[in-house]
Design a protein around this ligand. Sequence first.
Ligand SMILES: *[C@@H]1O[C@H](CO)[C@@H](O)[C@H](O)[C@H]1NC(C)=O
Ligand SMILES: *[C@@H]1O[C@H](CO)[C@@H](O)[C@H](O)[C@H]1NC(C)=O
Ligand SMILES: *[C@@H]1O[C@H](CO)[C@@H](O)[C@H](O)[C@H]1NC(C)=O
Ligand SMILES: *[C@@H]1O[C@H](CO)[C@@H](O)[C@H](O)[C@H]1NC(C)=O
Length: 422
Amino acid sequence: MIRFILPKKHFAHTLPKLRAATLRSSRYSQSSKPNRGFLEIQGINPGVVMSFSFAAATIIASASYYFFMDKPDPALIEYNKKLVQIDMGERRLTELDMNFPSFDEESTEPIKGRMEKFVLALQKSLVKNLEILDNTKPFFWDRWEREDSKGYGISCILQDSKIFEKAGVNVSIMQGPLSKQQLESMKSRKQSNTIKDNVDYDFWVAGISTVIHPVNPMAPTVHFNYRYFELTERDDPEQKVVTSWFGGGADLTPSYLFEEDCAHFHQTLKDSCDKHDQSFYPKFKKNCDEYFFIPHRNETRGIGGIFFDDLNDRPKKDLFHFIFDMGFSFHTAYLPLIAKRMNMSYTKENKEWQQIRRGRYVEFNLVNDRGTKFGLHTKGGRTESILMSLPLTARWEYKHSIPLNSSEQKLLDVLKTSREWA
Ligand SMILES: *[C@@H]1O[C@H](CO)[C@@H](O)[C@H](O)[C@H]1NC(C)=O
Ligand SMILES: *[C@@H]1O[C@H](CO)[C@@H](O)[C@H](O)[C@H]1NC(C)=O
Ligand SMILES: *[C@@H]1O[C@H](CO)[C@@H](O)[C@H](O)[C@H]1NC(C)=O
Ligand SMILES: *[C@@H]1O[C@H](CO)[C@@H](O)[C@H](O)[C@H]1NC(C)=O
C-alpha cells in the first residue's frame, strides 16, 4: 500500500515566492560533488542575474554560473515534509524533498529568464530526490558549452547504481540561427503562417528532458521533457519575438503492468492539467498515445501520459504557469511509483523481459522519435546528450514468445489498445 499525501491546495501556491536568486559559481569538472567550492553572491536582483547569466555562460569558458532558488524558511520546510511523504504500511520509509519554488504571479520578468531559472530549479530538485531514493551514489554533473558559445547545458547522469540502471536529467539553454531543415520542419507544422520565406531566423530555446530506467523490472521507465522556443528575425534591430511556443510531455513505460501505478501517474498529470484548462488532458493524452506508437511493432511504447507541441494559444505567462506546474508535479506522478517498486523481488525471467522491453524503447527512440532525429540532424548537436535517453542494456531475441495469459501478455494487451486511466 502506498500513500502519497498532498495538500488540497496545490503545492505551487503553498510555498513562499521565489525570492532573490542566489548566484553561485562552480566548476562541473569530473567532481561528482557539485556543491564544492561555491562562490556565493547574495542579494542580487534576479532580473539582473538572469540576463547576466546567459552572457556570462557564453563568455566565460570554464567557469559556470547558475542559479538556485532561495530556500523557503525552516518552518515551511518542516511543514512541507509533512505534506509529502511516502508510506508503506505503517512504516515511513522515505522522506522526499518537496521544497519547490512557487510560481510568482506578479513577476514581470520576461518568460525567457523565468524558463531558464525554472528548468535549472526543476533539475536540481529532481536530481536531489532521485539521490534520496537511490541512496548509494550521487549524480554526475556534466556541464557543457557549445563551441560557438551560443548556449550551455547541464547533463546530470546516474548510471549503474543500485536503483537506477540509467537516469539522466538534462537541461539546455541555446540560441542560434534556425537551419533550413529546422525551418522546414516548423513550416510543416502550424507555425507556417507566421514564418516567411527569404527571411533568416534565430531561435532561443530552454528545455529540460529526463529519462529514468530503473534496475528493478517491476519499476517503470519514465520520460518527460518541457521546452520553450522563441523565434526572432535576424535583421530585425528590435529583435521582436516573431513567434514563441511551449512543448513537452511526460509518459510512462512499464515492463510489468500495475494498473494502480498507471492510474496514479495519469491522475496526477490530469490534476495539474485541469488546474489550467479542462480540455488539456484529454487532448494531450490522445496526442501522447499517437506519438509514442511504434508502427513496425503495432504497439505503443508504453502506457502514455501527455504530449503537446506548438502551444501558444494564450498569454505566455499562463502557459509558463502550466509548464511550471507540470514540471514540479512530475515528482508526485513518478517518485511514489519508483519508491513502491524498487525493492520488489524479481526473477531472471522478469529481468529478461525488461531487457526485451528496453529493446522496443530503443527502436522507438532511434527510428520514430522526432526529437532524437531532429537532434542527430542538427549541426553541432551533442550526440552524447541526444542519445542519453537510451538504456544501458537491452536485448533482442528472435521471435521471443510469451505464455498466453501471463503478466507479460497483460502488458502487451494494454499496448495494443489505448486505455483511459484517469
Ligand atoms: C494492430 O493492432 C490492432 C489492435 O490489436 C489490430 O486491430 C490491427 O489489425 C493491427 N494491425 C496490424 C497491421 O497488424
Ligand atoms: C529499500 O530497501 C532498502 C534496504 O535494502 C532500504 O534501505 C530502503 O529504505 C528501501 N526503500 C523503500 C522505498 O522501500
Ligand atoms: C539535451 O542536450 C542536447 C544537447 O547536448 C540538446 O540537443 C537537447 O535539446 C537537450 N535536451 C533538452 C530538452 O534540454
Ligand atoms: C487467465 O487468467 C485469469 C485470471 O487472471 C483466469 O481466471 C483464467 O482462468 C486464465 N485463463 C487461462 C486460459 O489460463
